[in-house]
Design a protein around this ligand. Structure first.
Ligand SMILES: [Zn+2]
Length: 156
């Protein structure tokens, strides 16, 4: 198989896009470095493709099966108040899905993670962030285990 196509100056072609938890030849699952929102995962297509409709049907199905497995793992591992799924790519037009755990007391709830901070007690926000951060080791282990069942290789 030829190497996935790459685009010059694309950060998701040149960098992992976060801590890689698992990957296969088509995609990777990473934990982003998002200090305000610790439960911030991405499912990133390895090749430089802009739109979901650029994928073959079997590839599209694989991508979405992994996105939903990450969503389920996030719910089981951290019990967030809500999970946000988003595929935007306006800033980085390289196909990727965000799978983000949200809590009513997180810094920007009920806005998106990209919204301006909500008017909220900073101490409570800090406690929420610390609790979420504390649960990440468990979440990572759970996701690695479940994704390996789907044939993805674990990364540590
Ligand atoms: Zn790219």
């Amino acid at each position: 198989m030829s190497a996935p196509s790459q685009a010059p100056d694309c950060p998701l072609c040149s960098q992992p896009g976060g801590e890689v938890l698992a990957r296969d030849e088509r995609l990777r699952v990473v934990l982003a470095d998002a200090p305000q929102h610790p439960a911030f995962l991405r499912v990133i297509w390895n090749a430089h493709v802009a739109e979901t409709c650029d994928l073959e049907v079997s590839d599209r199905d694989h991508l979405m099966r992994v996105v939903f497995e990450v969503e389920r793992g996030l719910r089981d591992g951290m019990q967030p108040d809500k999970i946000n799924l988003a595929s935007l790519g306006n800033v980085v037009p390289h196909l990727h899905w965000h799978v983000i755990g949200r809590w009513c007391d997180d810094p920007t709830f009920p806005g998106s993670v990209w919204s301006a901070p909500a008017a909220r007690d900073p101490e409570l926000v800090a406690e929420r962030t610390a609790r979420s951060r504390g649960a990440l080791a468990l979440l990572k282990a759970l996701l690695r285990e479940r994704l390996s069942v789907m044939g993805l290789r674990e990364f540590r």
